[in-house]
Design a protein around this ligand. Structure first.
Ligand code: SF4
Length: 312
């Protein structure tokens, strides 16, 4: 085997993920090993969670698993108002690592609930971020609707003159545009952003993978199976007619995928750390890579400050 690696410059962890990881790390430094509980995976990446677990963080799925009075961190995906209030009532020391981009969407849905208008959330039912967003609607729950496709728009029955919409931040920009077009065609007066709430970090990485897929015979994405943005990167690559695979690390690579190829595209989801990319490059170098070129535009990732509340 002999091939070139095309490495996307716009890859890997975003500002919201970096902030969430730094929040847990800082909390462990301040409060000590085994003193910090995190509700849900702080970001959807197996390696990140394992490493934080090794340095003393506990990951839980329900508030009942958290010991009385403990330091409790909410993940980057955000939680519902109900969970937030319950955690507060139970007296946990709360640190909210919800990504600031997601917090903006929460405010929109909060307002929709206050006004009693219908709220349409375009996103994947059951995804942690969508659960948190829907959970911002504190009024009549029958007025908040989760949809994903054009068919869902067709089935929707709301008062479009008194309604707003928001989207999950990590959706495919192409697929969301189709759903949004159908939604606006059916409800021209619905309130919402001009395009979608797909965050800048997601857009930049999807644009990069689209270009990368055009010049690569096969594409590898570093990211975990439960990572929405990593799955979307794989799908965007596939939409260009290129085979694409999502792997947690090099152990997930099947060498038969690389047979007969002259170029391998490589990128990483917004929750996948750079050391995984380096580990995959090392593996590819041992298995036929003869050169590496970085392609596309620079990432220019911004940074978010740590949460002000809860971190002394
Ligand atoms: S992908 Fe976007 S919304 Fe999600 S954590 Fe990163 S910056 Fe925030």
């Amino acid at each position: 085997m002999s091939f070139t690696i095309n490495l996307a410059k716009a890859r890997g962890t975003c500002a919201g993920v970096n902030r969430a990881i730094a929040t847990v790390t800082k909390a462990l430094e301040l409060f000590g090993k085994d003193k910090v509980w995190v509700l849900h995976e702080v970001v959807h990446n197996k390696h990140v969670v394992e490493n934080l677990r090794k340095i003393g963080a506990h990951f839980i799925e329900t508030l009942d698993e958290a010991p009385e009075g403990c330091v409790l961190i909410f993940s980057a995906h955000g939680v519902s108002v109900e969970i937030h209030n319950e955690a507060q009532a139970r007296g946990f020391h709360i640190i909210d690592a919800t990504c600031p981009v997601v917090q903006v969407i929460h405010t929109k849905i909060n307002r929709a609930a206050d006004c009693g208008i219908d709220a349409v959330v375009i996103g994947h039912k059951g995804h942690q971020e969508v659960l948190g967003t829907v959970g911002q609607y504190t009024g009549d729950k029958s007025k908040v609707h989760v949809i994903i496709s054009e068919a869902d728009v067709e089935a929707l029955d709301i008062d479009g003159n008194n309604a707003c919409f928001a989207t999950q931040t990590t959706l495919s920009t192409d697929e969301t545009a189709k759903t949004l077009k159908a939604l606006r065609a059916k409800y021209p007066n619905i309130q919402g952003p001009r395009d979608a709430d797909t965050c800048k970090a997601t857009q930049v990485r999807q644009n990069a993978i689209r270009e990368l897929a055009k010049i690569s015979d096969v594409v590898l994405i570093a990211g975990s199976a439960n990572s929405s943005n990593s799955n979307r990167l794989r799908e965007v690559a596939e939409s260009q007619g290129t085979r694409a695979y999502l792997v947690d690390d090099s152990s997930g690579i099947d060498l038969s995928w690389l047979e007969g190829v002259s170029s391998v595209g490589l990128s990483a989801g917004a929750s996948a750390p750079e050391y995984i990319v380096e580990e995959i490059i090392e593996f590819l170098n041992k298995n036929g890579a003869t050169a590496l070129q970085e392609v596309g535009s620079d990432l220019n990732e911004r940074t978010f400050p740590l949460p002000r509340k809860g971190l002394p």
